[in-house]
Design a protein around this ligand. Structure first.
Ligand code: GLA
Length: 731
């Protein structure tokens, strides 16, 4: 998978279908980017770095050393020493200078891949993975960096990360570190990112790449609703199955930047890493800083192939939970059912009715602790409110278990309400800047998790709640973003470390949690999908996708989410109508069919919805059980996008052995006087014979090639927001 051409000094990394190449040039040993794309045979192509044309390498043309540095396609760019494009690293050294420029020293090719200390990271699993470690250094300031490249052959993925070490005799401040820099010719590429807001997360956005810096990022202390830590550089006009696509996904849950900079010579410098704003990490002599991973993939066959690479990669090599290959219990969550207005009796009523229709777990959401009657108080006071939960938590859980349901609970461990016993006792435990009134958001503050005793307190709260009763699921929420980034614990020199230390502490807490409670089903959440990123998936197999449960809005949210993240990770529930966020009314069946494409569950008061709707639940749950293995583990094909066509949506999931497929078709707008639609399926075996069972249609039997090339007719459904399930299975 990884080879080194000694004569040409070129590294070649091969996956099943792609090649990545770098080279060492000139006496100073600059590390350049040679090639990334379709798999190729030769490894001696150093000319691709344009070192034999103007301005040539510095030994051949010392007069234009500056031009060389400013145009050379590099793998790890310095700052302020001649390369004026986005740097990969910046420091403040003992003299107060910020310049840095690293060159190649040595390398090592290893089998396997190590985990990153304290950070989420991909792992080899059963697959033979190889890792290349390239050591770079800047001797003028005593700084070293190791660039790691791990090759996941089957998934066509290359995983990059960087570790920086201070070898100087004095502290150095690291003020910027990109986990990935890559230069390539720009051709006619566009930038695809996942943009959003609360209740509108991960909407696909594609823009042409103009000159200068085109970037997205977060400075909100979490990966955010607003931009996801992902970008793809795609050929203009890329579709699901055509066009070159370079994907970059950042395994991190805090501030980030993803950027494509188009230069004066029409090259692109791509960068991804922790956002350099609000970041200043002090490294004492001998200290190292580990930067998070970027998972890169390349597809020459459109977005669909990129998606399937990421789904396989994250399912096999990132998610660790024992639930990753298991059906999740069908849950009912009381948030949209009751909001804060519930007590033991109400929950037990819901549990009884839920059990009678086949639901398997009750989740008690926000409002069970402290004096939490609304969202103005009590975060941090994680003891049960016995006025609401009469008889206590254990009693409630036991009763729910007796009814025959599992029990899950909601917590928001990173937060504190100004009106809480915790805040009254420890006002200095909240993130705030001295002499400034901190901004409240949802009337709450964020705990300063850089402070070890806060982390201990938080962990103590979570574990004592979980130990107090038979709790089998935890929804870990995070309902505000970080501002006022000051810590009353960290020293003056370390304030710029707060945001990263916060994320590291969240990781530490969740690592402890899943170690101590290995069977717990953990679902992450952040005001809906504000922290839906690969970092969190290392700890929880699923994340609440969005507070927007409207089936039609979900088509777009789930399309953007599934572009990178497996369906097994997307929290999706059937909720009541009119939908609480959009006011839209959709058929109960459509809500169910759309939620089937995620983890599936309910978010409504089953004692209050109509009889007709209650009566549909058992069959919906049966459908979930019938198809969930396929949805969780199959290959994803997007056949049509409502976002693009403004009319209908269609997703197909094909089992790995191509023996069956499920198609979810949603007609959003009814069409008067139109022919049936011809839907060409994908991913089937052309030679296999399949039976096609569409709801309300006659069963037909056809070859895979016929279904994929000639297509399948979908009769024009009557009405808006109508869904149809189609099951295709090998005869
Ligand atoms: C967030 C979550 C919701 C719910 C509320 C409770 O908004 O996304 O699902 O848990 O908090 O306050």
């Amino acid at each position: 998978m990884i080879t080194y051409n000694r004569e040409k000094r070129i590294f070649k990394l091969d996956t099943a279908n792609t090649t990545y190449m770098m080279g060492v040039v000139d006496d100073e040993k600059f590390l350049g980017h040679v090639y990334y794309g379709d798999r190729i045979s030769d490894d001696g192509v150093d000319y691709l770095m344009r070192i034999y044309e103007m301005p040539y390498v510095p030994t051949q043309n010392p007069r234009d050393r500056g031009s060389f540095l400013d145009t050379f396609p590099t793998e790890f760019a310095g700052s302020y020493l001649g390369d004026y494009r986005e740097g990969s690293i910046r420091v403040r050294d003992k003299f107060g200078h910020e310049a840095v420029q690293m060159t190649y020293r040595s390398h090592e090719i290893m089998s396997g891949k190590s985990a990153l200390k304290g950070l989420p990271s991909t792992f080899p699993g059963d697959e033979g993975v190889e890792t290349l470690a390239i050591t770079m250094a800047d001797d003028s300031i005593g700084l070293e960096a190791v660039l790691y490249y791990s090759v996941f052959e089957k998934e066509d993925c290359i995983v990059r990360s960087v570790t920086v070490k201070n070898n100087d005799d004095a502290p150095i401040h690291l003020t910027k570190i990109m986990s990935m820099t890559m230069d390539m010719d720009s051709e006619d590429f566009e930038l695809l990112t996942l943009h959003g807001s609360w209740a509108r997360e991960r909407q696909i956005d594609i823009r042409p790449l103009g000159y200068g810096k085109n970037s997205v990022g977060s400075l909100r202390g979490e990966s955010s609703h607003q931009e996801n830590p992902f970008m793809a550089v795609v050929d203009k006009g890329t579709t699901q199955d055509r066009g070159r696509v370079y994907g970059f996904s950042f395994v991190y849950s805090g501030n980030f930047i993803a950027q494509a900079e188009k230069t004066q010579f029409d090259s692109l410098r791509l960068s991804m890493g922790i956002h350099p704003d609000c970041f200043d990490f002090k490294l004492e002599t001998g200290d190292s800083f580990v930067a998070p991973e970027v998972v890169m993939t390349y597809s020459n066959a459109g977005l669909g192939k990129m998606t399937r690479n990421y789904h396989d990669m994250y399912r096999q090599h990132l998610i660790r939970s024992p639930y990753k290959n298991r059906k999740r219990p069908v849950l009912i969550n009381n948030w949209e059912a009751t909001y804060f207005d519930f007590d033991t009796d109400k929950l037990l009523d819901i549990a009884r009715e839920a059990k009678s229709v086949g639901i398997e777990m009750l989740v008690m959401d926000d409002g069970w602790f402290g004096r939490r009657l609304d969202d103005n108080s009590s975060l941090g006071d994680w003891y049960v409110n016995e006025e609401k939960i009469k008889g206590g938590l254990k009693y409630l859980v036991d009763e729910v278990n007796k009814i025959g349901l599992k029990f899950g609970i909601w917590m928001e461990p990173e937060m504190v309400s100004p009106d809480s016993d915790l805040y009254r006792a420890h006002p200095d435990w909240a993130i705030a800047l001295p002499n400034r009134t901190p901004s409240r958001s949802r009337n709450q503050f964020v705990l300063d998790l850089s402070r070890p005793e806060v982390v201990e307190y938080v962990y103590g709260c979570i574990s004592s709640v979980l130990k107090s009763a038979n709790i089998e699921y935890l929804k870990w929420d995070m309902n505000r973003q970080i501002c006022d980034p000051g810590s009353l614990y960290l020293g003056k020199e370390n304030q710029g470390e707060l945001c990263h230390r916060f994320v590291m502490a969240v990781y530490e807490l969740q690592e402890r949690l899943i170690t101590d409670f290995p069977e717990l089903l953990l679902e992450n959440c952040s005001g809906g999908g504000g922290r839906f990123d690969p970092g969190m998936l290392y700890y929880s197999p699923q994340i609440w996708c969005s507070d927007d449960t409207d089936a039609i809005e979900r088509l777009k949210i789930q399309e953007g989410t599934a572009l990178v993240y497996p369906l097994s990770t997307m929290g999706a529930h059937v909720s009541d109508c009119p939908n609480h966020i959009t006011g839209r009314v959709t058929p109960f069946k459509t809500r169910g069919d759309v939620a089937l494409l995620g983890t599936f569950g309910y978010e409504l008061d089953v004692t209050k919805i109509s009889k007709d709707e209650v009566d549909q639940i058992p069959a919906q749950i049966e459908t979930y059980h019938k198809y969930n293995d396929l949805v969780r583990e199959g290959d994803y094909y997007r056949l049509a996008s409502f976002r693009e066509n403004h009319s209908f949506d269609c997703v197909q999931i094909v089992s790995k052995d191509k023996s069956e497929a499920l198609i979810v078709f949603v007609q959003v707008h009814g069409r008067p006087n139109c022919h049936s639609r011809n839907l060409r399926l994908d991913g089937l075996d052309p030679e296999k014979i399949y039976k096609v069972e569409a709801e309300n249609e006659e069963i037909i039997t056809l070859h895979g090639d016929t279904l994929m090339k000639a297509g399948l007719m979908i009769a024009n459904p009557w009405g808006d927001n109508v869904s149809i399930l189609i099951h295709v299975h090998q005869v």
